[in-house]
Design a protein around this ligand. Structure first.
Ligand code: URA
Length: 276
């Protein structure tokens, strides 16, 4: 099928091309010059930490700044699309309040193609919070984050790798509706949705946030990052330790021992810090 780059798909195509360019540049930097054939899923290596402990430590109080910035390619000062109202909850909302405010959201164009709003899943008092990019096909069908192939890998890493139940962590995405053809969410879409991620973080008050992939990491750090450079290093979002790591979908595409080991190392470090 031939598509003309009309106004309707130009931003989408530009976003896909920018992603592809970035991925190729990162791979070239890492000396990758060929693809490995896909292998069956394997568990992360290394000794498994003990089971998750109940929350016993005081949670960090949320810091007033910085608020989420739009991404990818954050535009300083850019805000939700015209007509998008600021949320009304206070400093310590509940997840139900944030979900209620989201309502039957029509704040950006992603509402047009969605079947479900994929808000989040897991323990509302989790110590560990995972933030991904956006729902895919399965997530859109089921209304739950990370239930497709990438989700299976993430769930394996949490349950069989870290040896904690998936239900003990909280999982959500930077956008709550599926982008068409699973493209990276566009800056206005991310901006329109970011107050709700901010609300989720303020509600859960995790001890550690794991940002899965470049868009989530860029949003939470307020700058455009190369995920292969920042992964595995500690950052902060509003006083909460933040560990960026590779997105499970990227790991599935680049199923190398190095990528799996890196994610495993990052998740172990995140779990250890969350247990403080
Ligand atoms: N599924 C999700 O829920 N989020 C992603 O980022 C990818 C797959």
């Amino acid at each position: 099928m031939v598509r003309t780059l009309g106004e309707d798909i130009a931003p989408e195509a530009a976003s896909i091309l920018a992603d592809a360019r970035e991925t190729l540049a990162e791979l070239a930097e890492e000396g990758v010059d060929e693809w490995e054939p896909a292998e069956p899923l394997a568990l992360p290596e290394g000794p498994a930490p003990a089971l998750a402990q109940p929350v016993s430590k005081p949670r960090p109080e949320p810091q007033p700044a910085p608020l989420l910035q739009p991404t990818p390619s954050p535009q300083p000062g850019s805000s939700p699309e015209p007509g998008v109202e600021a949320p009304t909850w206070g400093e310590r909302p509940t997840l139900d309040e944030v979900r209620a405010e989201l309502g039957d959201c029509r704040r950006c164009g992603l509402c047009e193609g969605r079947n479900s709003i994929v808000f989040g899943d897991g323990n509302p008092e989790a110590d560990l919070m995972f933030v991904g990019e956006g729902p895919g096909e399965q997530e859109d069908r089921q209304g739950l984050p990370f239930v497709g192939r990438a989700g299976e890998l993430l769930t394996q890493m949490i349950e069989k790798g870290l040896e904690i139940p998936r239900s003990s962590v909280y999982i959500c995405n930077i956008v709550k509706c599926r982008p068409p053809k699973n493209r990276t969410p566009l800056p206005p879409e991310v901006s329109a949705c970011s107050p709700f991620l901010d609300g989720q973080i303020a509600a859960v008050r995790p001890k550690v946030i794991v940002a899965l992939g470049k868009p989530a990491t860029s949003l939470l750090l307020g700058r455009d990052v190369a995920i292969t450079r920042v992964r595995g290093t500690w950052h902060e979002y509003r006083g909460i330790p933040l560990m960026p790591t590779l997105h499970p979908a990227y790991v599935l595409r680049q199923y190398t021992a190095e990528n799996r080991r890196n994610v495993w190392d990052d998740l172990k470090a995140a779990l250890a810090k969350s247990r403080g």
